[in-house]
Design a protein around this ligand. Sequence first.
Ligand code: NAP
Length: 359
Amino acid sequence: MIKIALVGATGIVGQQAIVSLINHPWFKITKLAASERSAGKKYRDALKDANGASKWWCPEDMPEEIAEMVVEDAALFDPTTVDMIFSTVDTSAAKELEPKYAKTTPVISTASAFRYEEDTPILIGGVNMEQAQLLDIQRKKRDWKGFIAPKSNCTISGLVVSLKPVLDKYGVKQVIMVSQQAMSGAGRTPGLSAMDMTENVVPYIPGEEPKVETEPQKILGKFVGDAIVAAPFGISATCTRVPVLDGHLVSAFVQTEKPCTPDEVKEVMKDFGREFCALALPSSPKHLIEVTDDPFRPQPRVDRERGGGMTVTVGRIRKDPLFANGIKYVCLAHNTKLGAAKGALQTAEYLAKYYLKLI
Ligand code: NAP
């Protein structure tokens, strides 16, 4: 078994990672770490708030073995005690911790701290795993035995997966998107206030739009020589927070280079990802995208668990009435599964098997 440390184990994404790793055929969590607030406590106690209420968030029971593990201080954690680290900490902590760990040990991260570094790919299953080659350059340049491989921002996970087949077949000139993002996307420290969110929509998410407007071009770029050349299209984003627990919904307008009909777009999306899914990684779904003809879908509550939370649901594919080569659609992705913990796990599976050759 490949020994995994989960750093940031007490957060929303950390909890989702624990659930995703239950009975995993290749990986076993052997260490848990978080901030000094949680360090030294048994995991179940570290999750208790000031009133003693548990902040365990998942519908699955907390595994007893995990509940009994003592959480270590991430700042003092010895990365050489494990084979791989899942980092699900805040970005400011990730900036400090991840390079320390990567000196000796591979780090798969859900934080944004290293996403924008030139020598760091943002890997998404089925979309750009060939960019894993950049990890060789990162390791050489930084003299690391390990590496940092970050996941993308959760809001764009559905957008990028759905854009990839369109880009490959028709080219993309520009994208305009509006997101309706779930509350779990804000994490738990401190998390969102029920007073702000109940019966309400908040039209601004600090720091989100710049990420959404730049990450997809890097992810959808080409690996040329020893660097990624970003895909040459622009994105204009408006990101909003809505009172939904899990599942980020994105309404996208895409102007393509070549003309295409909604039916053609539907077909390329439905076909997308066959080869990657055929690798049958433990966390991969049967289909990367499912397209629905029901005009009332996708809906977060109904569609977010498709493919174990790893399938993107696309609906309402239609022609834009104003712009030439304009296609509009709505896509939904589970933000803590595909967009964070389980997506990171899928990346770890791919890298363990095809890059590190540990399997
Ligand atoms: P969260 O619920 O607020 O959890 C944050 C975690 O980081 C906790 O385990 C916390 O430990 C730990 N932490 C905070 N400061 C630390 C420090 N100085 N040293 C060590 N550990 C520290 O956040 P989250 O939603 O799980 O998000 C985790 C990361 O994933 C963030 O970088 C976030 O941007 C990213 N992300 C989140 C989502 C999502 O949908 N939520 C999606 C994609 C990416 P304590 O409990 O001990 O404080």
